[in-house]
Ligand binder design. Structure first.
Ligand code: NAD
Length: 481
């Protein structure tokens, strides 16, 4: 079984605990690798390495163009190693090889885009209201940034933090999820090959509650960038508050996907299926609440069930598999528990509702694509993030009703709207309380477009030019002549 080491200060290191834990392949339900069980001592060592790299050369002596060139090199190396990295996430996470090839083809763009921005960060001269005074601003890096990553898309979500943080001149300690640490550790050999100085990028693995607080609360850490659940996000926010640190949080969602009676229903069905069953529903932006106008409810549900019942499950390495296994055992148990919760609360099970016992699913952690109809928005299945392949169909009367139900939720990450009436589309885009609104499409994400949530879905934005502001601090200089 492959035994990994952590990457700290440019060296491959064993954990201080001397312990490793197994990581599971959710398709075979067998362990396939050993991950170092890092602890607070390792966390402190990694932060010190990042702090040294931040303040002692060569990193702070590189100019922004040189930093950008290193980032572009890393992008090239990720592209050149795409197949190998894709296969690791398939093995560790149950991701489909087809999805991972698509992701790995796209991830280098984050390093190219933000690498290109590195030498375009500019301050300004202020035409100040005082005599004989020259006043200007510049932007400086925050210092040591901690990036904490969830299990659902490690290489993609790390790019969203690493690329803008490096472009702004920071150094980082990354902490992947205990369920999916392997791909990030593998990526560190590319960081080494690209020629990043030791300590600029470090990876500490281990259990969230053992390593996480030690990183968040370390006095030499200036900023924490987190993606994960709202419950952990709250803990991190509290820990960071004790040191008055900057924080950005990308948290959960319970996004409405809203179909009006004037929509192209076939397109809306495809959007509904992609919205909830792609990545087994393990996406923060999953369209888990399907709001359907009463007048087309039955027609839509009939088409939806027909399409969902043909979904192919099985070996995630096969090109024709459409839904793979749930990524880990606790998540598998959680998804199945929500089937019971929904039934007890009175939702009507229209499809699925159990673990998948199809022969092609073997011993893997598969759950049948599931649709509940007759869901009311106050049921737990409509209010709580399941992070699994469960779609709740909720009928609505008219535009006002759709807006009220759509916004009646603690989260505010994303929303979908299906209509051919562009006036209505604009009204919905204005009035839905969500960080992203998709009209006649779903799940669109780009390195160029800001991504983040309203309400309990987070703080700050990733992607797009503004993302770099999350990793810089402005300085104002006053000079008397
Ligand atoms: P999680 O909150 O359980 O864990 C996320 C990370 O936090 C892991 O690396 C974990 O080890 C670490 N962690 C756990 N306890 C910690 C602590 N006390 N201090 C510091 N770190 C700690 O989330 P998960 O189950 O890995 O991921 C699923 C969640 O992520 C879902 O809620 C999903 O919506 C969210 N998510 C959000 C986005 C987004 O961009 N908004 C994207 C993907 C996933």
């Amino acid at each position: 079984m492959k035994k990994y080491q952590m990457y700290i200060g440019g060296k491959w290191e064993d954990p201080a605990s001397g312990e490793w834990f197994e990581t599971l392949n959710p398709y075979t339900a067998e362990p396939w690798a050993l991950i170092p069980r890092g602890n607070a001592e390792d966390a402190a060592r990694a932060v010190q390495a990042a702090h040294r790299a931040m303040h002692v050369g060569p990193w702070p002596k590189l100019n922004a163009t040189q930093r950008g060139a290193l980032m572009r090199k890393l992008g090239d190396l990720i592209a050149a190693n795409a197949e190998r990295l894709a296969e690791i996430e398939v093995k560790d996470n149950g991701k489909l090889i087809s999805e991972m090839r698509g992701q790995l083809n796209y991830i280098p763009q984050w390093y190219y885009y933000f690498g290109g921005l590195a030498d375009k960060i500019q301050g300004s001269v202020i035409p100040i209201d005082k005599p004989n005074m020259f006043t200007y601003t510049k932007h400086e890096p925050m210092g040591v940034v901690v990036g904490i990553i969830p299990w659902n898309s490690p290489l993609m979500l790390v790019a969203w933090k690493l690329a803008p943080a490096l472009a702004a001149g920071n150094t980082l300690v990354l902490k992947p999820s205990e369920f999916t640490s392997a791909s990030l550790l593998e990526m560190m050999s590319l960081v080494e090959e690209a020629g990043f100085p030791p300590g600029v990028i470090n990876v500490v693995t281990g259990l969230g509650n053992e390593v996480g607080p030690a990183l968040v609360e370390h006095p030499q850490v200036a900023k924490v960038a987190f993606t994960g659940s709202d419950a952990t996000g709250q803990k991190i926010y509290e820990g960071a508050a004790r040191g008055l640190k900057r924080v950005s949080l990308e948290l959960g969602g319970k996004s409405p996907n809203i179909v009006f009676d004037d929509a192209n229903l076939d397109n809306a069905v495809n959007g509904a299926i992609a919205g909830i069953f792609a990545a087994v529903g393990q996406a923060c932006i999953a369209g888990s609440r399907m709001l359907v106008q009463e007048s087309v409810h039955d027609a839509f549900v009939e088409k939806l069930l027909k399409a969902a019942s043909t979904i192919k499950m099985g070996d995630p390495m096969r090109d024709d598999t459409q839904v793979g296994p749930v990524a880990n055992l606790p998540q598998f148990d959680k998804v199945l528990a929500y089937m019971e919760i929904a039934r007890k609360d009175g939702a009507h099970l229209a499809l699925g509702g159990d673990r998948a016992r199809r022969p092609e699913c073997g011993k893997g952690l598969f759950v049948e694509p599931t649709v509940f109809t007759g869901v009311r928005n106050n049921m737990r299945i409509a209010q709580e993030e399941v992070f699994g392949p469960i779609l709740s169909v909720i009928p609505f009367r008219d535009e006002e009703d759709a807006i009220e139900i759509g916004n009646d939720i603690l989260f505010g990450l994303a929303a979908g709207v299906w209509t051919q009436n562009m006036q209505r589309a604009h009204v919905m885009a204005d009035r839905l309380k969500a960080g992203m609104v998709w009209v006649n499409t779903y799940r669109m994400v780009s390195y160029m477009a800001p991504f983040g949530g309203y309400k309990r879905s987070g703080l700050g934005r990733e992607n797009g030019i503004e993302a770099i502001n999350e990793y810089m601090q402005p300085k104002t200089v006053w000079m008397s002549s």
